[in-house]
Design a binder for this molecule. Structure first.
Ligand SMILES: [Zn+2]
Length: 129
C-alpha cells in the first residue's frame, strides 16, 4: 500500500492528519503532527476481554501494582464436614430422656439396696415354738 504523504510503498500505520484518516509509512508517521493510531497486539486484546477485579482496576488507576491473591485450596462440600458432627450431636430431648432413664435406674437400684439394708437392720423376731 502506498503512503499517502510521500507516495512510497510500505504504508503500514494508520493516522489521523488534520481530522482525515490516512495511511502512512513508518518514516512519515514519526514526522507527522497528526495522531498515529496504534493497533493493540493480541496480548492487549486478550487483556481487554477478561474480567477485571475492582481492586485490580483501582490499583491500576492509582499506579500501584496489584498482587493477585493466592488461590485458596479446594474446600469441598461444606455439608460433608457438617454431617458427621450432626450425627454425633444429640438433641436436648435425647439427653434429657437418657438422664431420666439413668435417674430411674439409679432410684430402682437404691430402692433394692434399701430393701436389703432394711432387712438386715430389721429386728429379728423370735418365734416360740
Ligand atoms: Zn511516507
Amino acid at each position: 500500500m502506498l503512503c499517502e504523504e510521500c507516495e512510497e510503498r510500505g504504508a503500514e500505520r494508520d493516522a489521523i492528519v488534520d481530522g482525515v484518516p490516512t495511511r502512512l509509512c513508518a518514516r512519515c508517521a514519526s514526522m507527522t503532527s497528526g495522531i498515529v493510531v496504534q493497533k493493540p497486539n493480541q496480548l492487549q486484546i486478550d487483556e481487554s476481554k477478561r474480567m477485571w477485579r475492582v481492586k485490580e482496576i483501582l490499583s491500576r488507576s492509582a499506579g500501584i501494582p496489584y498482587n493477585k491473591p493466592a488461590e485458596k485450596p479446594a474446600q469441598g462440600n461444606i455439608f460433608d464436614k457438617l454431617r458427621p458432627v450432626n450425627r454425633e450431636k444429640k438433641s436436648i430431648y435425647q439427653i434429657r430422656a437418657e438422664d431420666r432413664e439413668k435417674a430411674m435406674q439409679k432410684a430402682k437400684d437404691n430402692q433394692a439396696q434399701n430393701v436389703v439394708e432394711q432387712s438386715k437392720d430389721a429386728p429379728v423376731e423370735l418365734i416360740d415354738e
